[in-house]
Design a protein around this ligand. Structure first.
Ligand code: PLP
Length: 398
């Protein structure tokens, strides 16, 4: 096997070639090493590998060549020293927290988060003696006031799912570091191309690679990125011993997904910008939320920390759940689904799906109304999408 190129190229080049380990057969595409284990030429080699003196592969729960290629490519594109792939985005979120925390610690996070992240922080961690406080993510004073001497980790996503709220990552990082804690940023909505949390002060970045990285709705996956020291100290052994490993097959799909990420995202974002403007003009729409629109409540911050608004648009329909359901049921190209980042346009009603379990109070606190819809814009012709959305409005009546 040849070692990956170390020269730094521009992002689109790294997304095609980064981290490739080419075998003795000289394959063009990344090889899929669908194997659980590896054989050793001698007993001595096996011993040396387990001692860490020989760098070869041992077992695919620990590492695998296809997964290693994916990790290297993710690290390159993020500008991180190290990356570890996981079975899903939630495996990445959970491991990034549990790997750093112990009973008696405290975690800080915003009220507006993906529903499963709220479950992990508000329900799971307290069972193991880790306290948590949820704050208004947009209010830096609230972050400062909630810091405690035992706060070890702060966690946030920005833009938030589904309301596309923007959190000042550099501002939160400053507060968290002053208190001696570390910041994890879930960068799913922005993707590695539109926002660089490490440059804004994050200590760890996590992804659901299920979303834009796969990009075609096939495989689950996740990734945890950080400095070599961070990954070795908090993540490496936790993953190795607890086992939420990414399948080599999924890593292979994700590698192919990364190759086309910039072209997909550019087109999807173009569609999203156009659709957001179209939605804002319709009388059925109460409010459109898209980070780079001038009417987004945190437009200036979004322009400062993101290089694009991404492919997701959120909007509130007048008439609550009934209006949202009538609209969604009338669409034919846009599919009703809770995923995002897919080449197919997908519509979600967060209050009854992704954010159903958190309950009405938590939804109200994080700005998720019954009329809110989240649209992940796909790669279809935008004129067809607009006609589909117009048909949805027509079905709602006057
Ligand atoms: C912001 C955010 N974080 C984490 C996840 C979890 O990812 P996965 O479904 O791959 O576990 C999702 C989506 O499901 C998400 O939208």
């Amino acid at each position: 096997m040849t070692t990956p190129a170390t020269k730094k190229f521009r992002p689109a080049t790294n997304l095609v070639h980064g981290g490739q380990l080419r075998s003795q057969f000289g394959e063009t595409s990344e090889a899929l090493y669908l194997t659980q284990g590896f054989v050793y030429p001698t007993m001595e080699t096996a011993e040396a590998r387990f001692k860490g003196e020989d760098k070869g592969f041992i077992y695919s729960r620990f590492s695998n060549p296809t997964v290693a290629m994916f990790e290297s490519r993710m690290a390159m594109i993020e500008g991180a020293e190290a990356a570890r792939a996981t079975a899903s985005g939630m495996a990445a979120v959970t491991a990034s927290l549990l790997g750093q925390l112990k009973a008696g610690d405290h975690v800080l996070a915003p009220k507006a988060m993906f529903g499963s992240c709220i479950y992990v922080i508000e329900e799971l961690l307290p069972r193991f003696g880790v306290a948590s406080t949820l704050v208004d993510g947009a209010d830096l004073d609230a972050w400062s006031a909630a810091m405690r001497p035992n706060t070890k980790v702060a966690f946030l996503e920005s833009p938030t799912n589904p309301q596309l709220g923007i959190i000042d990552i550099a501002g939160v990082a400053g507060i968290v570091h002053k208190g001696g804690a570390r910041l994890i940023v879930d960068n799913v909505f922005a993707t590695p191309l539109l926002q660089k949390p490490f440059e804004l002060g994050a200590d760890c970045v996590v992804y659901s690679t299920t979303k834009h990285v796969d990009g075609q709705g096939r495989c689950l996956g996740g990734c945890i990125l950080g400095s070599e020291d961070f990954i070795q100290t908090y993540i490496h052994n936790f993953l190795r011993q607890t086992g939420p490993a990414m399948s080599p097959f999924n890593a292979w799909v994700m590698l192919k997904g990364l190759e086309t990420l910039p072209v997909r995202l550019e087109q999807q974002q173009r569609n999203a910008v156009r659709i957001a403007d179209f939605l804002a003009e319709d009388k059925h729409v109460e409010r459109v939320l898209y980070p780079t629109r001038g009417d987004h409540p945190q437009h200036a911050l979004a322009m400062r920390q993101m290089s694009g608004g991404g492919n997701v648009v959120a909007f509130d329909l007048k008439g609550g759940k009934q209006a949202a359901f009538r609209f969604g049921n009338a669409l034919s190209i846009v599919k009703i689904s809770n995923n995002l980042g897919d080449s197919k346009s997908l519509l979600t009603h967060p209050a009854t799906t992704t954010h159903q379990r958190i309950g009405p109070d938590a939804r109200a606190a994080s700005g998720i109304g019954d009329g809110m819809l989240r649209l992940s814009c796909g790669l279809e012709d935008v004129e067809d999408l607009i006609e589909d959305i117009a048909a949805g409005f027509a079905a709602m009546g006057a």
